[in-house]
Design a binder for this molecule. Structure first.
Ligand SMILES: Cc1cc2nc3c(=O)[nH]c(=O)nc-3n(C[C@H](O)[C@H](O)[C@H](O)COP(=O)(O)O)c2cc1C
Length: 193
């Protein structure tokens, strides 16, 4: 990981068959790859074979690639659909595999919904949960309401307004993730060496 680029993980938060959120996550990832200040990595909740009966940090060792990526990361982008005004259970289970590894890192949300609110409600419901993980939330979200109208059959985004929106969304994430990286390096905390 180069020192000047920020390591940001994109987590696709649903394992639903035919999920529309995948187009969104791939598009956001591509936008991150175009920038010279972010080194993104993609994770998909589908790739986590979660064992039954285990909770908390002991399960983190079962997914070394994810654990090591989060340890290295400066921030996360969580792409989540809205399911009954909440987040998919599998997304919560994946986040729950770790704890201390998230502390003092940035998180930004991308919400996806069939309805007109673009995941606003699911994002609001996630904020208290990620706070408990030690993550710091940006104040600009990216919302994809009426998702069926947003992409063509090849997965290309139709609405050009998102170009400006994603730039502002990522600028804000870069600022917060960079500030926290500086803080982890230079300020005393019992959570960092
Ligand atoms: C169990 C379930 C609950 C849902 N609840 C909502 C909802 O509360 N509000 C909404 O706008 N869309 C809701 N939807 C529709 C999703 O937002 C829609 O499927 C959208 O495409 C994003 O999810 P996806 O990535 O699974 O496709 C729900 C879908 C499922 C499967």
């Amino acid at each position: 990981m180069s020192d000047d680029k920020l390591s940001i993980l994109v987590l696709l938060g649903t394992n639903r068959k035919d999920r529309e959120s995948e187009d969104v996550a791939k598009w956001v990832l591509a936008k991150m790859q175009e920038r010279d200040d972010i080194e993104p990595r993609f994770f998909d909740v589908c790739d986590f074979d979660l064992p039954r009966g285990h909770y908390g940090t002991e399960i983190g060792d079962s997914f070394p690639e994810w654990r090591d990526a989060v340890i290295e990361a400066d921030g996360l982008v969580i792409v989540t659909p809205e399911y009954n005004h909440g987040y998919p259970g599998v997304l919560k289970s994946v986040l729950d595999t770790l704890l201390k590894e998230y502390i003092h890192k940035a998180v930004a949300f991308v919400g996806v919904s069939a309805g007109p609110w673009g995941g606003t409600r699911v994002i609001e419901s996630m904020v208290p949960m990620v706070r408990e993980l030690g993550l710091a939330v940006t104040f600009s979200d990216l919302n994809f309401p009426m998702i069926k109208t947003k992409f063509d059959e090849n997965g290309n985004l139709i609405d050009e307004a998102y170009e400006k929106r994603v730039a502002g969304f990522l600028d804000e994430l870069v600022w917060l993730a960079g500030t926290l990286r500086w803080g982890r390096k230079n300020l005393k905390s019992k959570y960092h060496q």
